[in-house]
Design a protein around this ligand. Structure first.
Ligand code: AP5
Ligand code: MG
Length: 192
């Protein structure tokens, strides 16, 4: 089993690259953002609670996302590996993930960290907001709030995995294919 964390700020290309990586490596994609948006679409109590935070660009409480990931891991006992996208986003989430993976007798193989400048992030997200229907993409204030949450609460998650020598930084600007090629070459080095 080989598990990957695809890490990076909002708009760095995690979702775009995840689609390509899961197909190449046959991994189960676990995106907490996608899971939360499904809960909102289904108007569940969890979704309704999460929506208030997401619309403001703030992180949803740890217990909520950890519970969702725990259920998703249990629901996929036959997976060859997991690709975590947008999770973990706090140190508490990282510690919880390590424990959940230990129970499955597995661990994180590598954290790939996409690096993109703030101006490029804002440009990409405003552009996507024209068509995505995502309420958190429509105005620059919320986009900047998401980036600020990333800087104050999430960036430290990379330091957590650096202690275990699991972090590889990858340039997240360029064509989607170029970035995918670089991610695959890093995965290749760690898988063998
Ligand atoms: P989430 O859904 O995870 O969103 P995000 O991290 O803000 O990032 P995005 O999904 O917007 O960007 P991405 O990195 O996936 O980039 P993408 O490929 O889409 O989280 C949303 C909210 O949910 C959070 O704010 C929080 O409230 C909550 N949440 C989720 N997980 C949580 C957690 N663990 N804990 C607490 N709260 C949580 O690309 C972006 C755009 O750029 C697209 O239009 C794409 O086409 C374009 N693009 C991609 N690659 C390139 C390229 N190489 N060149 C040019 N454009 C590109
Ligand atoms: Mg995404």
């Amino acid at each position: 089993m080989f598990n990957i964390i695809l890490f990076g700020p909002p708009g760095s290309g995690k979702g775009t690259q995840s689609e390509k990586l899961i197909s190449k490596y046959q991994l189960k994609h676990l995106s907490t953002g996608d899971l939360l948006r499904s809960e909102i679409a289904a108007k569940t109590p969890l979704g309704m609670e999460a929506k208030g935070f997401m619309d403001k660009g703030q992180l949803v409480p740890d217990e909520v996302v950890i519970g969702m990931i725990s259920s998703a891991l249990e629901a996929n006992p036959a997976a060859k590996g997991f690709l975590f996208d947008g999770f973990p986003r706090t140190e508490a989430q990282s510690e919880a993930l390590d424990k959940l993976l230990q129970l499955k007798k597995t661990e994180i193989g590598v954290m790939l960290a996409l690096e993109v400048t703030e101006e490029e992030l804002v440009k990409r997200l405003l552009n996507r907001g024209l068509t995505s229907g995502r309420s958190d993409d429509t105005n620059e204030e919320v986009i900047r709030a998401r980036i600020a949450e990333y800087e104050t609460k999430t960036a430290v998650v990379a330091d957590y995995y650096k202690k275990f020598d699991k972090v590889v930084a990858v340039k997240g600007e360029g064509t989607v294919e170029e970035i995918f090629g670089n991610l695959c070459s890093e995965i290749g080095k760690r898988m063998s």
